[in-house]
Design a binder for this molecule. Sequence first.
Ligand code: TEU
Ligand code: CA
Length: 538
Amino acid sequence: MVVTEDNNIDHANRIEREHPTKHKERDWWKKSVFYQIYPRSFLDSNADGIGDIAGIRKKLDYLQLLGVDALWISPIFPSPNKDFGYDIQDYCAIDPTFGTLKEFDGLIDDVHKRGMYIVMDGVFNHTSDQHPWFQSSLKKEDKRDWYIWSQTPNNWTSAFGGSAWTYAPTRKKWYLHSFAKEQPDLNWDNPAVEEAILSIMEFWYQRGIDGFRLDVFNCYHKKTGLPDNPKRWDWQGLIGGRFYSYINQEHIHDRDQPELMGCLKRMRALADRYNAVLIGETLDERLRYDNAAQYVGENKLHLAFHFQLLHTRWNPIKMTQACRELQRCFATTWPNIVLSNHDFPRQSKRWGAAEERRKIMAFLSLTQKGTPFIYYGEEIAMQESTLPRKQILDPVGKRFWPFFSGRDGCRTPMQWDESPFGGFSAFEPWLPVHRDYRKRNVALQQRAPLSVWNTYRTLLQLRRQHSALHSGDQQWIASPSACLFYRRKTPEESLVCLLNLGNQSVEIPNVAGKILYHTHPDSSNLLRPYEGIIIKES
Ligand code: TEU
Ligand code: CA
């Protein structure tokens, strides 16, 4: 366990800090726009090439100016970094690379002073193999039943490729890991595990955080008896060999077990005491988002990621369908709109370099009903990096290159300005800054009125000013297939949003009212390719 003096400070200072729920409005998470920070890559304050908490604190003015409301910070807990923080060694401390607990308390306060919120990454399906719990389990000490051990491995496969089982000679048994072998799965059927995790969550709630993003929460429980998963044929399993072994079975026994509902209920009850939000990430290679939707609602999660749109290639018909599907899945709860994160190639790679596509997608994500998530760097349309093999750090990329070169490409340092290393650090960063940083950076885009950055900023301001955009219902209006037309409505106001993802101009429907916003610099009688318009109905 990595413990610094600061991490050891007694909790007296937190008592003097604001009561954790004081600043919060009910349902704050519905109105908020979240911004995901990958902390290693946001801003390095001490020139070691790795982003840190002090760096985030320096950029809070920036985030406030951009106009986001809440931050989700990828893991900052002590970690051997086999999966860059998603392998946690101590849940109640801060990795010294990122700073100290005291600095993190300072970050919480700074965020709250600005009327913003902060959410941590809860990686509770598995720990690091260096976590004292696993070390104790390995030695068959008191935590012996905290992980999943078996005399013989079954056929389950790891999401990172190959068998999900690794042999531990000390116990003469195999342990389960749904991801890397350094990420053993906790045994959630053991009530002591749930109790420990809940108290960790409370530790952070008491320090003032506003919620958790729950990493692969649908993997927590496993079917009793650990039966084999049925085989499934998927042609993609032929490409990339072992990596894709994961998709060649039906994951019916290693995920989505009924015990999960009880667990979520208890997690929610705790979160409610702090008016904290729970945002779940489901693991599902088949992208069945009605599956994610079942975990959202009363006694369950507030939000669950819906990655269908993110996984759709640039095809206006499929993309508009994905939006309808999203609204349908969460019609009685609340949708979440996510276009990028730290696991998938950036939009520029998936959807082409044209900036007008970034702008229309910003429009789509910030004007529909739901809670939007913006991944750092997308507000300047950062490009995906392609790294040579020897620079690949992501374990998935290392293992499966050249079939899959991993996730480093979307995790490169934030491009702040044109100074060396993009203003991210005074020292060579842990991953190289994308070579276009002199042409693409925050400073330049802030000065260019029609930049992607200014499009985000304007839309974020509008969203704040208009309750219909952040809280209204969404009603579909008939539209050509490459377009989405919808009305956002509260008792006070009604806004009609029109957007065209296609490459043909279409007629603008007859709406009585005045234009509140349009993505294009000039107006036209037609809705042009990649154009978005908001009309305030009279
Ligand atoms: O991700 C879940 C996950 O398995 C995929 O998104 C993953 O990136 C893919 O299978 C491999 O390409 C979560 C985290 O977001 C991810 O960063 C972690 O690596 C993973 O869980 C394990 O904690
Ligand atoms: Ca640093």
